[in-house]
Design a protein around this ligand. Structure first.
Ligand code: AHG
Ligand code: MN
Ligand code: MN
Length: 333
């Protein structure tokens, strides 16, 4: 059931207004920006729900900057976000997994203007087989000195103002943080509005569940291999394994039910596959806000990593605090 306050449901925009009252520095412009993201994700969700009925299965025929074949829905989702954010005059710069370079949307004053980065469709290889996919986003302020889009986006995750994702699953959920806890909203399709369904989410500290593409295990560094071998012998009850192959869905399960997600370095991909700026940073911000942890397995919190370019990749270990510590003991030992 949606959470009620004074007998009324709480919509996403009401929640943002409440946050703004608590944080006088956040202006009304910020909720205008976020409404662009919710509009875009409602539109993307409507394409996802009609996959198979409208022409969104399969590949677009282009290869993106990551060297990955773009799916039709990658392109549609990207264009939808670009368009809705284009109407928000306070978004100075956008950066997307699907674009080669960050782009200046509007010439803005640095004060009270933002950079939005996103993975328009995460897990897009799952779209043709009707498995959950999502949109991940993160928001930074424009730096006081704007030195062009490519340079302005190079900020560590600790500078994130807000971050979140929308998961197009059996229901469509929006999870976000502005640095004041993690809150979940569920899209009520009857009225087309996101309603509060979980407030101040806390990730379980520990659960015997891991999520990794174990087919690559032979190509992981030794510490990861030892951890995975240990989970098989861990006695009492042992571990269970779950892997959707859409990061956003695997993360959401861990946020709600606990466990740990790993995308280690492999011999072919020494920095793993996941992108620091618009996949790992937003989820790391959410994980830490929910009492969990997110590290690169090389001695750094994800949010402390300084990007060198917008499409940087990083290994990722994310989940319950004790789960992450347990993995790190194998990596360090
Ligand atoms: P994207 O669809 O945005 O390119 O991201 C795919 C990512 C992520 O969602 C998922 O966890 C991971 O790729 C799966 O990779 P493997 O197929 O290597 O396991
Ligand atoms: Mn992705
Ligand atoms: Mn993607």
């Amino acid at each position: 059931m949606a959470i009620e306050r004074d007998g009324d449901f709480v919509t996403f925009s009401q929640h943002i207004q409440e946050q703004q009252l608590r944080f006088p520095n956040a202006s009304g412009q910020f909720s205008w920006l976020l409404s662009g993201i919710t509009l875009a994700t409602r539109m993307i969700g409507s394409y996802v729900r009609r996959a198979g009925l409208i022409d969104v299965w399969g590949e677009e025929g282009a290869i993106n900057i990551q060297g990955e074949a773009q799916k039709k829905l990658d392109v549609i989702a990207n264009r939808t976000l670009e368009k809705t954010l284009g109407y928000r005059g306070n978004v100075g710069i956008i950066a997307s997994e699907e674009d080669n370079e960050p782009r200046v949307l509007h010439e803005v004053e640095p004060d009270d203007s933002y950079i939005v980065m996103f993975d328009p469709l995460d897990g897009s290889s799952n779209i043709d087989v009707n498995v959950s996919v999502g949109t991940i986003f993160t928001i930074f302020r424009n730096p006081p000195e704007i030195n062009g889009a490519a340079e302005s986006v190079l900020q560590p995750g600790t500078e994130q103002v807000a971050a979140g994702y929308v998961l197009y699953g059996p229901s469509t959920v929006l999870v976000y943080t502005c640095g004041n806890g993690v809150h979940q909203f569920t899209l009520d399709p009857q009225i087309g509005t996101f309603l509060l369904t979980r407030e101040n989410m806390q990730m379980p500290d520990y659960a015997r569940s891991y999520s990794v593409n174990e087919a690559y295990a032979g190509r992981f560094p030794e510490g990861y291999q030892k951890y995975l071998a240990w989970t098989k012998q861990a006695g009492e009850g042992g571990f269970t394994s779950r892997y959707v192959g859409s990061l956003v869905a695997d993360f959401h399960r861990i946020l709600v039910s606990g466990g740990v997600y790993l995308y280690p370095p492999t011999t072919e991909h020494p920095d793993g596959k996941l992108r620091l700026m618009y996949e790992c940073n937003p989820l790391a911000f959410l994980a830490e806000q929910a009492g969990g942890a997110a590290v690169d397995g090389r001695g750094h919190r994800i949010v402390d990593c300084m990007p060198t370019q917008v499409h940087d990749r990083t290994p990722l270990v994310i989940g319950g605090r004790r789960n992450v510590d347990e993995v790190l003991r194998f990596l360090e030992g």
